[in-house]
Write a protein that binds this ligand. Structure first.
Ligand code: FAD
Ligand code: NA7
Length: 456
């Protein structure tokens, strides 16, 4: 009888991957520890569980969600496919390579609904505080049952932090912004382009959020979109109506001044300036302190906290790979907890981390990023029995995707890719992405039925 207890904070894709990893063992008849997952929202799915709310949720907790209406996958779905649950198994027919958010949410739920995982999740429960007792070698969690307004404590042998890191806005200040008369928000609070129709929009930042929110607002009728970058522009050929300029120096009323001397008037500003890794429930000595990058320091194999490997972080890297990376992490973590993976000494772990950091230091561009994260995934796959998938082929798809975006930022989502799990070639969505204004699952799937009719 396994009498260990494992606590998981968060039931997003990472936390669900951990539940699934243990479920896979249970299905083989293996005795697993008691697992409890705490989720502050009322449903699972993390970011993919869309919330119309901004600010605080119904129990006064900070809203976790940063996703918005009309969000379509920003990379080919073939690059994130679970290797133990294919898109074919879920949808029973080929679909396109860039589905909208509700379709990916449905896919995530499909796998987890096959198990009893819901039983292990305590929804509407916030992890409020954690400490570690060096004598008992257990974590003590202080938890808030939000619905019943009760606080209680539980002990665990292992703690999995799967609370995400795209939720707490990084919000810089620019001189004069306090007098800007229009709307100012962070991407975290963006819920869709509707409100920016016919507006002149300034987006600060030059990464995924700036690119995607900018293109969405253009697609849904903003008058103009200006992206202001700090280090490097996104640098693609933008259509008329979108442009990139260097960083804002200051605001004067509704006028933004840029470092190249240009000025322009705007109706609204969206800060697409990224997020902070924030763990308000962890004391400093247990807290991961990192910027958003592909190899956060102090995490052995990208998951085990080096000062105390009983503390495991999932999904803390910047992400090319997502769902399949969380899986490979969760499987290795599970094997450690089960005693099937021998943890090297702290010094050896440090050496391994340093090697990865040195390697990451050599990476120069997006293509290098892809190679780096692919190598990381391969390293993890080697360590567990997560069903193998062709990481080299997925890496090649990511590189194609980078090229597609460079060629045409408005049409890259019309491309199709081939699954490395099933060999299925994705079908084209019959409406081009730029003309598709409805992101509902119903329309998306109906639509694919039509494609099937047309091809049979
Ligand atoms: P999250 O999904 O953030 O889940 C963390 C969970 O932890 C949440 O449910 C939260 O409520 C819970 N939680 C947090 N704190 C506590 C606490 N104290 N107590 C209890 N529960 C807590 N990835 C893609 O693959 N494709 C995309 O197209 C894509 N688009 C994205 C667009 C946006 C705007 C953002 C922000 C991210 C996008 N991502 C995309 C990346 C996305 O972060 C991952 O796909 C995935 O959701 C990460 O999973 P996670 O479980 O690590 O974190
Ligand atoms: P990212 O990818 O972390 O990018 C943050 C961007 O914000 C990046 O371009 C930064 O520029 C910029 N930034 C950060 N601070 C500032 C300040 N002070 N001034 C100007 N610009 C700044 O976050 P995203 O939100 O784009 O993407 C996060 C996830 O959401 C991603 O995984 C997607 O799937 C969706 P820098 O290059 O550092 O100069």
């Amino acid at each position: 009888m396994n009498n260990k207890r494992v606590g998981i904070i968060g039931a997003g894709p990472s936390g669900l991957a951990q539940l699934r990893a243990f479920e896979a063992l249970k299905n083989k008849g293996i005795d697993t520890p008691e697992i409890v997952c705490f989720e502050k929202q009322s449903n699972w799915g993390g970011m993919w569980n869309y919330s119309w709310r901004t600010g605080v949720g119904k129990f006064g907790e900070p809203v976790h969600g940063s996703m918005y209406k009309y969000l379509w996958s920003n990379g080919p779905k073939e690059c994130l496919e679970f290797s133990d649950y294919s898109f074919d198994e879920h949808f029973k027919k080929p679909i396109s390579s860039y589905p909208p958010r509700p379709v990916l949410f449905d896919y995530i739920q499909g796998r987890i609904e096959k198990s009893n995982a819901r039983e292990y999740i305590r929804f509407n429960t916030t992890a409020r505080w954690v400490d570690f007792d060096n004598t008992t070698e257990k974590f003590r969690l202080i938890l808030d049952d939000l619905k019943n307004d009760e606080t209680y404590t539980e002990e665990f042998d292992y703690l999995i932090v799967a609370s995400g890191h795209f939720s707490t806005p990084n919000m810089p200040h620019f001189d004069g912004i306090e007098d800007f008369p229009g709307h100012i928000m962070h991407a975290h609070d963006f819920r869709g382009a509707d409100q920016f129709k016919n507006q002149k929009l300034l987006l600060i930042g030059s990464s995924y959020s700036a690119e995607d929110i900018g293109v969405q607002c253009y697609k849904h009728g903003a008058e103009s979109v200006t992206l202001s970058y700090r280090s490097n522009p996104i640098g693609v050929e933008w259509p008329e109506g979108i442009k990139e300029v260097p960083l804002v120096t200051h605001f004067d009323g509704s006028t933004a001044h840029f470092s190249n001397g240009e000025t322009e008037d705007f109706d609204a500003v969206v800060m697409c300036t990224g997020y902070k890794h924030k763990f308000p429930f962890l004391p400093g000595k247990l807290r991961l302190k990192t910027k958003n990058n592909l190899y956060p320091d102090n995490l052995y194999k990208g998951v085990f906290f080096n000062d105390n490997p009983q503390l495991i972080y999932l999904g803390m890297q910047d992400q090319y790979y997502t769902f399949n990376m969380f899986d490979t992490q969760a499987w290795v973590s599970r094997d450690f907890i089960m005693g099937d993976y021998q943890m090297p000494s702290k010094e050896e772990r440090r050496k391994d981390i340093d090697q990865w950091l040195a390697r990451y230091d050599q990476v120069e561009d997006g293509l290098g990023d892809v190679d780096f994260q692919s190598a990381y995934i391969k390293d993890l796959i080697r360590l567990s029995d997560y069903p193998e998938f062709n990481v080299d082929k997925v890496g090649a798809m990511f590189k194609e995707w980078l090229k597609d975006k460079e060629e045409n930022i408005l049409t890259y989502r019309d491309k199709t890719y081939k699954s490395v799990v099933t060999g299925t070639q994705a079908v084209e969505h019959h409406t081009e992405w730029m003309d598709e204004l409805d992101d509902s699952k119903e329309r998306y799937l109906k639509f694919n039925e039509r494609v099937e009719e047309l091809t049979t």
